[in-house]
Write a protein that binds this ligand. Structure first.
Ligand code: NAD
Length: 306
C-alpha cells in the first residue's frame, strides 16, 4: 500500500492537567486525506489552551485488520472486567440501583446466544431495525435469540432508514406491530441499529403497555459509544429534534464490534469525531491514547481510500 499521510488536527484542546467536566471546545476538525469532517461542539470553557496537530505516516497499516476494535475504548470506562480470551466480552456495568445493566463489548458477540437470551423477558421478542441493517444482521440476531429455545417467538418490524423517519408515524409502526403480535407486558423489544433505531425502539418500549423490557444492539460507532447508553429515548417533531421522549434504561447493551465492518466510512468518521470529543472534554489520558492509536482506528478508512 502506498504511504498515506493525514492531518489529525484538533483545536482548541483542553488543559491536559485538568479533569474538570466544565471544559469545552468550540471547534473540532478532523482532516483526512482528501476528506474533511468538521464538528462544531456545543460546550464552553475558559481553560482551552492546547493546539495540536500531527502528521502520521501509516504506510505500515496494510497488514492490520480492516476492523475497528471499538472495545479498546472500554479500557477507559469504569471498572471493566478483564478478558480471559478474545471472544469473552468486556463487561461494563452501569450502576443504577435496581435499574443497573451490563454493556457487553467485543467481537463475535452475536454468536454467543446466552448474552442476549439471559436478558429476554417472557417468550415474545420484537426486533426493531431498518431496511439497511435487516439484510445484514436480522437473521443473525434472530438465530441468537432462538438458539436452543424453541419456545421463543421473534417478530420483527423493519422501518425505513433515516433521521427523517424518527417521527410519530414510524413510531406507530412499532407500536402497531407490537399490538398485532399480541405482545404482553412480559415481552422484550430489541433495538438493532444506529442511534435512530435505538431512540425510537427505546421510546416504543417505554410506552408500550407503560413499559416493557428492552435490549440495545447498537451498530454504529455513535450508537455504541453514546446513544445506546444512558437511557435517553425519543422521536422528533416537525418543530424540532427529540422533542418527545422518555428516560428508559435497557436491560442490557450488546456491542458486537464486528457490526462496524459494514458501516459506511462517513458514519465511521463522524462516530470517531464524537469519541475524540470525549477525550477532549474529560479524559486527557484517553485523548493521548487516541493520538497514539489513530492510525489503527482509521486503518479501514485508509485501506478503502487507497
Ligand atoms: N439517545 C441518546 O442519548 C442519543 C445521543 C446521541 C445521538 N442520538 C441520536 O442518534 C441518532 C444518530 O444516530 P447514528 O449516528 O447512529 O445514525 P443512524 O442511526 O441514522 O445510522 C447511520 C446510518 O448507518 C446505517 N447503519 C447503521 N449501522 C450500520 C452497520 N453496522 N452497517 C451498515 N450500515 C449501518 C444506518 O442504517 C444509517 O443509514 C440521532 O437521531 C440522534 O438524535 C441519541
Amino acid at each position: 500500500m502506498a504511504s498515506t499521510s493525514f492531518q489529525f488536527s484538533l483545536k482548541p484542546s483542553i488543559n491536559l492537567k485538568s479533569s474538570s467536566r466544565s471544559q469545552s471546545c468550540n471547534n473540532l476538525s478532523l482532516r483526512f486525506h482528501e476528506t474533511s469532517l468538521s464538528l462544531v461542539s456545543s460546550f464552553r470553557s475558559d481553560s482551552l489552551r492546547l493546539n495540536r496537530s500531527s502528521n502520521v505516516s501509516i504506510s505500515s497499516v496494510s497488514s492490520k485488520s480492516n476492523r475497528i476494535v471499538a472495545s479498546a475504548s472500554a479500557a477507559v470506562m469504569e471498572e471493566p472486567s478483564t478478558n480471559s480470551s478474545t471472544n469473552d466480552p468486556t463487561i461494563v456495568n452501569v450502576e443504577l440501583g435496581n435499574r443497573s445493566y451490563p454493556i457487553y463489548i467485543g467481537s463475535g458477540l452475536l454468536h454467543q446466544p446466552h448474552l442476549l437470551q439471559r436478558h429476554v423477558h417472557g417468550k415474545k421478542v420484537l426486533v426493531v431495525t431498518n431496511t439497511t441493517i435487516a439484510p445484514l444482521y436480522l437473521e443473525k440476531v434472530t438465530s441468537a435469540l432462538t438458539h436452543g429455545r424453541s419456545d421463543i417467538v421473534v417478530e420483527s418490524v423493519i422501518l425505513p432508514d433515516g433521521e427523517k423517519y424518527k417521527d410519530m408515524e414510524t413510531l406507530m409502526k412499532i407500536l402497531t406491530k407490537a399490538a398485532e403480535s399480541r405482545l404482553d407486558r412480559r415481552s422484550t423489544f430489541v433495538a438493532l441499529g444506529g442511534g435512530v433505531i435505538g431512540d425510537m425502539c427505546g421510546y416504543a418500549a417505554a410506552s408500550y403497555l407503560r413499559g416493557v423490557n428492552f435490549i440495545q444492539i447498537p451498530t454504529t460507532v455513535m450508537a455504541q459509544v453514546d446513544s445506546s447508553v444512558g437511557g435517553k429515548t425519543g422521536i422528533n417533531l416537525p418543530q424540532g429534534k427529540n422533542l418527545v421522549g422518555a428516560f428508559y434504561q435497557p436491560q442490557s447493551v450488546l456491542i458486537d464490534t464486528d457490526t462496524l465492518n459494514t458501516l459506511p466510512d462517513r458514519e465511521l468518521q463522524s462516530g470517531l469525531a464524537e469519541v475524540i470529543k470525549y477525550g477532549l472534554i474529560r479524559d486527557a489520558e484517553f485523548f493521548e491514547w487516541q493520538e497514539k492509536n489513530m492510525s489503527a482506528l482509521l486503518a479501514r478508512y485508509f485501506k478503502s481510500s487507497s
